[in-house]
Write a protein that binds this ligand. Structure first.
Ligand code: HEM
Length: 414
């Protein structure tokens, strides 16, 4: 095991991840300027301790994050992509091809992409507009001071996911609850005394059963939904197995819901605290919303970290990374890198170009749902500013964690 000294900047403790993003950025700024690659002890108070874990390399510069993302031949995903150690069995059951490498990743991603036919994408987009309209109408009915997270931002992505997959109305509440449990294991309020690993296991079982049941029904009775396409999809004579379908279902239930929810939370807050930017957007909403969403994604950076494992010795950012070592990409740092973004701490909805890393740094694992997420965010803000033009965010209640930049609750007034 390596005896390399640890960097004095703390990125591993719970205390570090309990600070605000702005405070954490001070540490990242030091590392970006002085030590673009730095060696750190393993995550402290992790969910699952690995006594053989020597620590990780922190990759904080935009250019290096892009290199790690694009060199998936060197920086592999198959040993896990979450910053914290996660039990092997859990990886298989929940992360699908997110935590796989070529050639299996390539084949599964191709199969799934084949299910997103132009007709499906059109159908999903029309559904998003209708869902956004309904969700905002429900928020309006809940009244001023309602929690924006519970009543709005968490609702739209869950509905998109359910509609897209074709989940039967009777099963939706249970599936949405399990999806919510699976993304909330780090929230002590949500846990309410339950063991996080138990909660993860239970919600994974619920989602797997829902997925396999639905797959079986769609094989017998095809419908116009993504699950039908998933059971029918074929690439080079190969089809997805039930386990592969279930793991993909779980991946989408998590990757496609919490991320969009958190972006919407940070976005409403940013548009409240930057009224001149909001006025600029509203002066020509249709022409400006597309670029504005890119800046709001950069600002929110809802996925803060992803990890890789080096397959071979490799020189990165002037350091020698040895085969087998963990490399963690800090997207939130890359999105504040002054080598790429002028005045990154300024919300500038007209920023162009805006090569943010919210969906990853490119390459084989680049977010498959990026267009869907952008469509949801545009639809949601169009509805919010149409139905509730005076809406403002109250103080967000942030959740400590090193993976998702999460807001637990946030009141809103209108
Ligand atoms: C604002 C919302 C979203 C953000 C910030 C986000 C972010 C990310 C990031 C950072 C990655 C990893 C990229 C990499 O490793 O290079 C990823 C992968 C992925 N995302 Fe998203 N995502 C969002 C929404 C969605 C949605 C709506 C879906 C689907 C409905 C989705 C499906 C996926 C899938 C399937 C992968 C795995 C791709 C692969 O490994 O090949 N995401 N996402």
């Amino acid at each position: 095991m390596t005896t390399r000294p640890h960097d004095p900047v703390d990125l591993s403790s719970r205390a570090f991840w309990s600070q605000t993003a702005a405070t954490r950025e001070r540490s990242f700024a030091v590392l970006r300027a002085e030590r673009p690659l730095s060696w750190h002890p393993p995550v402290q108070d992790a969910l699952f301790d690995d006594p053989d874990d020597p620590g990780f390399w922190a990759v904080v510069r935009h250019a290096d994050i892009v290199e790690v993302s694009r060199r998936s031949d060197v920086f592999r995903s198959g040993h896990g992509v979450i910053f914290e150690n996660v039990p092997e069995l859990f990886l298989e059951a929940t992360q699908s091809f997110l935590a796989m490498d070529a050639p299996r990743h390539t084949m599964l991603r191709k199969l799934v992409s084949a299910a997103f036919t132009p007709r499906q994408v059109r159908r999903i987009s029309d559904g998003i507009d209708a869902d956004a309209h309904a969700v905002v109408a429900e928020l309006a009915a809940a009244g001023t001071r309602a929690d924006f997270v519970a009543n709005c931002s968490s609702q739209l992505p869950l509905r998109t996911f359910s509609d897209m997959m074709g989940i039967d109305p009777a099963d939706r509440a249970a599936v949405c609850e399990a999806a919510d449990d699976l993304v909330s294991w780090s929230d002590p309020v949500h846990l309410a005394g339950r063991d996080p690993l138990d909660l993860m296991a239970e919600s994974t079982v619920v989602l797997h059963e829902a997925a396999t049941g639905l797959a079986e029904r769609r094989r017998k009775e095809p419908a116009d939904d993504l699950m039908t396409n998933l059971v029918q999809a074929q690439v080079d004579g190969q089809r997805l197995t039930d386990d592969e379908i279930a793991a993909f279902f779980v991946l989408l239930a998590v990757a496609g819901t919490d991320t969009t929810r958190q972006t919407a939370n940070h976005a409403l807050h940013a548009l409240t605290t930057n009224p001149e930017q909001r006025r600029w957007l509203l002066d020509d909403f249709d022409a400006r919303i597309e670029g504005a969403v890119e800046e709001l994604l950069r600002w929110a950076t809802p996925v803060m970290t992803f990890r890789r494992t080096a397959a071979i010795d490799f020189e990165l950012g002037g350091q020698k990374v040895a085969a087998g070592e963990k490399v963690v990409m800090f997207y939130s740092s890359g999105n504040w890198d002054t080598a790429v973004f002028a005045q990154p701490d300024r919300l500038d909805l007209s920023r162009n170009p805006n090569p943010h890393l919210a969906f990853g740094g490119g390459g084989a694992h680049f977010c498959l749902g990026n267009q869907l997420a952008r469509t949801q965010l545009r639809a949601l803000f169009r509805e919010l500013f149409t139905q509730l033009p005076g809406i403002e965010a109250g103080t967000p209640d942030y959740l400590a964690g090193n993976f998702i930049h999460a807001v637990r609750a946030m009141p809103c007034t209108f």
